[in-house]
Design a protein around this ligand. Structure first.
Ligand code: FAD
Length: 484
């Protein structure tokens, strides 16, 4: 019997196994992952109490065993789980008996028209390579979705027309409000600043030397990590930098083949002023009745938790978003089964300024915390919810701007009794503060604002800002000194 088993070699699983290893150096820990590479976190840095930054490297599975001697990594796929008997069955028939197990199998992209060969999703290194290959011969691509992946793609793709189809009124709306979306709109068709000559700060994702099966049944790899798009060539065949057309408030209605389109008598939208654009492999019809010919379509419409192997025969509580529900100790509803990262849904009453989003920072935090909970439970102790679940905090980059999101940054869950303070300098910064009863509930900081630490404290301390609110965003006042 293995004391601790972790399933999944993404950020959540690897962090869980590493934390277990450091807490229990004497115990055997088994990490089972379908992918040939695991995700290793490097250059971890805390920017504020809750904001963190790190790089992610893909490494051969063996590297984890060298770093943590009591961790054994097995590259196999899990077929099923018998939670009552504490038995995990692998695809090759092998059975693993565990005392405690943590499920960290991430999410699967939600693809529109999954069976269509001209529709691809972006999730892991392999899918990015497939995307690059197709883009290299493409004249036009349609990107569908309005989250982080779509936003990064639209910014990075060059030499190819992009039609960006979003179902909302403003771009990047999974993360930012319409005002910030408007701030970014100006960047859409700008020539990209070249990174040439700059040292490449982050990893190059690589599958070099790792043999990957070509079959469609290949188990999914881990989701990509920070800066996945920054150093990749995403260039099509055209002599253009950025050429983005945004179609708002639409969904995909139909994807036609060339023959279907020709028979339909429908008309195709013309871009770049040239009506004679030849024919396209697919014609995408949107709900506003516009039809665009494209080389292929990228479906970036989110992920669904990858729970399939674990559900038959067990009684997991499943949340509305299909994640496995966990309590404030990362326990699922099945005894001795924990879950962390994209596969799970936080089922506890969240702190006032925290919300779950399927992000790598939360995958790391949940992975580490679930390990602490497993060990505490084994030792008959109870620990309290980690501080990182106190305030939502995320740092990322959109259109080459630093983006920091704090607390209820989009006034999530607040009624109408909140007010917004705004400071915008076009092309430089966008600062939005959400206040309720004079207290800061959340903030969006775009650009180099240096306000994150002070604002995080103001959210945490719930200082009454009523007397200062007219000056809070005054660029001539150093608010850091003010609230010191
Ligand atoms: P994953 O990384 O998905 O790992 C799941 C692991 O489980 C993999 O190793 C897989 O092989 C294994 N597995 C799956 N099924 C089985 C099985 N049956 N048996 C054994 N092993 C199995 N987050 C951000 O914070 N900011 C961003 O800008 C951002 N951009 C993203 C861009 C892309 C293209 C993608 C795909 C994701 C992005 N994310 C971003 C989300 C972030 O990457 C994920 O939230 C995070 O990596 C999830 O980690 P995880 O460990 O839970 O799951």
């Amino acid at each position: 019997m293995t004391k601790y088993v972790v399933v999944g070699g993404g950020i959540a699983g690897v962090t869980c196994a590493e934390t277990l290893s450091s807490l229990c150096p004497e115990d055997e820990i088994l990490l089972i992952t379908a992918s040939p590479l695991i995700k290793a976190i490097t250059n971890y840095k805390k920017i504020t109490k809750t904001l963190e930054e790190f790089d992610v490297e893909e490494r051969p599975n063996i590297s984890l065993q060298s770093k943590c001697e009591n961790v054994k990594v097995v590259q196999k796929s899990v077929g099923s789980l018998d939670a009552k008997s504490h038995v995990l069955r692998l695809d090759d028939g092998q059975e693993v008996v565990y005392q405690k197990i943590c499920l960290c199998t991430g999410g699967k992209p939600k693809l529109i028209a999954e069976q269509n060969p001209y529709v691809i999703g972006i999730r892991d290194t392999e899918s990015v390579q497939e995307f690059q290959k197709r883009l290299s011969t493409a004249r036009r691509v349609m990107v569908v979705g309005n989250g982080g992946i779509a936003t990064e793609l639209v910014y990075e793709i060059e030499g190819c027309e992009v039609v960006w189809a979003i179902k909302d009124k403003s771009i990047s709306s999974t993360f930012v409000d319409p005002g910030a979306g408007q701030f970014f709109i100006a960047e859409l068709n700008k020539k990209k600043k070249t990174q040439e000559g700059k040292p490449s700060k982050r990893l190059k994702y690589t599958l070099k030397d790792i043999k990957i099966s070509e079959s469609n049944n290949t188990p999914i790899g881990g989701a990509l990590g920070p800066d996945w798009s920054a150093d990749l060539s995403m260039t099509g065949t055209q002599e253009i930098s950025h050429c983005v057309t945004v179609e708002k408030c639409v969904e995909v209605q139909a994807i036609h083949t060339k023959q279907e389109f020709e028979k339909s008598g429908k008309r195709c939208c013309v871009l770049s002023g040239n009506p004679d654009q030849g024919s396209w492999p697919i014609y995408v019809e949107l709900t506003n009745d516009k039809v665009y010919g494209c080389d292929f379509l990228v479906s970036a419409t989110g992920v669904v938790p990858n729970t399939a192997p674990f559900l038959p025969g067990n009684q997991f509580l499943i949340a509305d978003d299909f994640g496995i529900r966990v309590d404030d100790m990362m326990r699922t509803s099945e005894k001795d089964v924990y879950a962390a990262g994209d596969v799970c849904t936080a089922g506890w009453e969240p702190a006032k300024h925290w919300l779950q989003m399927r992000l790598w920072s939360q995958a790391r935090q949940m992975g580490a915390y679930s390990a602490q909970c497993m060990v505490a439970d084994m030792q008959g102790q109870r620990i309290s919810l980690d501080f990182c679940f106190e305030v939502f905090a995320h740092v990322t980059k959109f259109f080459n701007y630093k983006v920091i999101l704090l607390g209820k940054f989009n006034a999530q869950g607040l009624r109408r009794d909140y007010e917004i303070l705004l400071r915008v300098t076009k092309g430089l910064e966008y600062v939005k503060v959400v206040l309720r009863d004079g207290r800061m509930e959340g903030a969006i900081l775009i650009g180099e604002t240096n306000l994150e630490e002070t604002f995080e404290n103001l959210i945490l301390n719930q200082t009454d800002l009523t007397p200062f609110k007219d000056h809070l965003l005054d660029p001539d006042i150093d608010i850091e000194d003010f609230f010191d």
